[in-house]
Design a protein around this ligand. Structure first.
Ligand SMILES: [Zn+2]
Length: 270
């Protein structure tokens, strides 16, 4: 059965199906899940570029492990609207990891035109300036990852298996979302926690872009709020590198108990 759920202002109508059902989060808040199958998201599987030969044969994720591939989208690549230096270098490592996992989630930054996180919407502000939103401090960004544009699409070299699911975030006009679990108001859940827990996932491996924002906050929420064991694969991520952002990420991840290792070290994990 399909249910239509009215999100936010009522502009966004989203089909909610068995794989993307309304969830009750750990915080007790209702969340309209945006975890979609590839066909629901209108995305085709793709082979991607050859994988880097990095992984230890002993690395064998189980059904209790999930791979979270954060925002490997064209706008975050060099030459994109919000470029992450070295962004394309993560793809070969991610492609090595993807076939090892039964559960692969691709997060997708997915903004409407005129999103409140765009500097263009704030008179006198420039991209990368800070401002205050009702929920706290917010960095303003160049217009990026607008829905259904080339910039918001996954990079053509990324391996996307048929069984992957897509978690869209940042589509509410007034709220930005770095974490794939909770939007920047810290209350609005994306539905990813519910989705993973239904599957029995207890440990997540996090890769993608950008280390100091969406990867960082996804890892912190997974550990601090969702009670998941979290491993960040450091050669499968790159940073935007705003003043102080990398240092803050290092501290936040350490405080959250996130383990950090290279892809080549995954075979020795306990
Ligand atoms: Zn964004």
């Amino acid at each position: 059965m399909e249910i239509l759920v009215i999100l936010g202002t009522g502009i966004d109508l989203m089909k909610v199906t068995n794989t993307a059902e309304t969830a009750i989060t750990s915080a007790g808040a209702m969340a309209s899940s945006v975890v979609l199958s590839l066909s629901e998201a209108g995305i085709s599987p793709q082979a991607g570029a050859p994988a880097a030969d990095l992984l230890d044969k002993k690395f064998a994720p189980t059904a209790e492990d999930g791979l979270l591939v954060i925002d490997v989208q064209c706008d975050f690549m060099p030459g994109g609207a919000l470029p992450v230096p070295g962004g394309t270098e993560v793809i070969g490592v991610v492609n090595a990891l993807v076939p090892r996992f039964e559960h692969v989630v691709l997060s997708q930054d997915w903004h409407p035109d005129g999103h409140s996180s765009f500097a263009s919407q704030h008179e006198g502000k420039n991209p990368y300036d800070e401002t205050t939103f009702p929920y706290g401090q917010q960095t303003l960004w160049p217009d990026h990852c607008r829905q259904n544009t080339a910039g918001s699409s996954f990079h053509a070299d990324l391996t996307i298996p048929q069984t992957a699911v897509v978690c869209r975030k940042g589509f509410r006009p007034e709220i930005d979302s770095y974490s794939a679990f909770f939007e920047n108001d810290s209350v609005t859940a994306t539905g990813l926690e519910h989705y993973l827990k239904q599957l029995g996932v207890k440990r997540v491996f996090v890769v993608g872009l950008a280390y100091d924002f969406c990867v960082r906050y996804t890892c912190e929420d997974a550990a601090n709020r969702c009670g998941l064991d979290v491993i960040l694969v450091r050669d499968a991520t790159r940073a935007v590198g705003l003043p102080g952002s990398v240092e803050a990420a290092v501290g936040g991840l350490k405080d959250a108990g996130v383990r950090v290792c290279t892809a080549g070290e995954l075979g020795t994990l306990s």
